[in-house]
Design a protein around this ligand. Structure first.
Ligand code: MTE
Length: 302
């Protein structure tokens, strides 16, 4: 992990206060449980009441359709993905377009640990201690130009390493998008690790987006291209099924998925006794992000 070296922090870079309430070390509990006690580092911040899932849960129950549609397919097949060398092409409305080598990105970024709740559209959830950096810092590095309004993301596409792309479940490569203000929000990160280890391939190595207030499919894995644009970019799930998946995909317990309720979620990790808990508006990050949607009807803009 790179050390913190950027000292030109702005207000935007400060993690909202609520995230730092209940600051605690994850030494005794989950970290030791995952056999990683030696890695215990800085204090990890989490919203109140969130107990991280085990490393085992987080890395064995996955969605990464390029490796198959089963929850255990990514853990089984994603090892085949070559993640070094890696580069992210940043282009479109930026001052410094080009290929950014993963190592150079890591040197330039401030790596922190953030515990976020993750809510999949399939009505399950997990709590993950990510290591990563703010997407805003990477976008600043490339220099976002004035006309940019949206950010488009693309996953690597390597049929020889990805058995799942032989099936037309989605239109490959997997693509996603955010509005620029969502992308610049300090809660939006590019994750490069879990529990202080490099992020495993099944979770989106070597770097993946994490947007904690949106349904999980927005958090695109193994990103190779980031494009700043003035138009709303296409997204894989919207293309596949526009009736079920919109551009925003904000967690909203009041709007049901056409085929199931979104009002509760099952917490992964409880085994047979896994609990169903009420789903919170914007996944519990309402205080931090509701301002982004002032004046928008979140029932219509799904
Ligand atoms: N990114 C790519 N490239 N391919 C995918 O199939 N699945 C999405 C998202 N990112 C997906 C992806 C979905 S549906 C979810 S719920 C999350 O990744 C799952 O992330 P996790 O496996 O790390 O929990």
């Amino acid at each position: 992990m790179a050390n913190r070296w950027i000292n030109d922090r702005t207000d935007r870079d400060v993690t909202p206060e609520r995230i730092f309430l209940n600051r605690r070390q994850i030494m005794g509990g989950a970290l030791a449980g995952a056999g990683l006690a030696g890695l215990a580092g800085p204090a990890v911040a989490a919203p109140e009441g969130l107990e991280p899932n085990s490393f085992e849960d987080i890395t064995s129950y996955n969605n990464y359709y390029e490796f198959g549609t089963g929850k255990d397919d990514p853990a089984r097949y994603a090892d085949a993905l070559t993640t070094r060398p890696w580069a992210v092409r940043i282009d479109g409305l930026v001052d410094k377009p080009g290929e950014y080598a993963f190592e150079d990105i890591m040197k330039a970024m401030t790596i922190e640990e953030r515990i976020y709740k993750f809510r999949c559209v399939e009505a399950w959830s997990m709590v993950v201690p990510w290591n990563g950096f703010e997407l805003a810092d990477l976008l600043d590095l490339a220099g976002v130009q004035n006309g940019a309004r949206y950010v488009a993301f693309e996953t690597v596409l390597r049929p020889e390493e990805m058995p799942g792309v032989a099936y037309p479940v989605l239109d490959w490569p997997y693509v996603e998008g955010l509005r620029l203000d969502e992308a610049m929000h300090p809660l939006t990160i590019m994750a490069t690790g879990i529990y202080g280890r490099d992020i495993p391939n099944q979770n989106g190595a070597p770097l993946r987006l994490v947007v904690p207030w949106k349904y999980g499919f927005k958090s695109i894995k193994s990103v190779v291209r980031i494009t700043l644009t003035d138009k709303e970019p296409p997204t894989s799930w919207n293309r596949a099924n526009p009736r079920e998946y919109g551009f925003y995909s904000n967690v909203n317990p009041q709007v049901d998925h056409p085929r199931w309720s979104q009002s509760t979620e099952r917490q992964i990790g409880g085994g047979l006794f896994s609990r169903r808990i009420p789903t919170l508006m914007l996944n519990g990050y309402q205080d931090e992000v509701a301002d982004l949607y002032t004046g928008m009807d979140l029932r219509k803009n799904i």
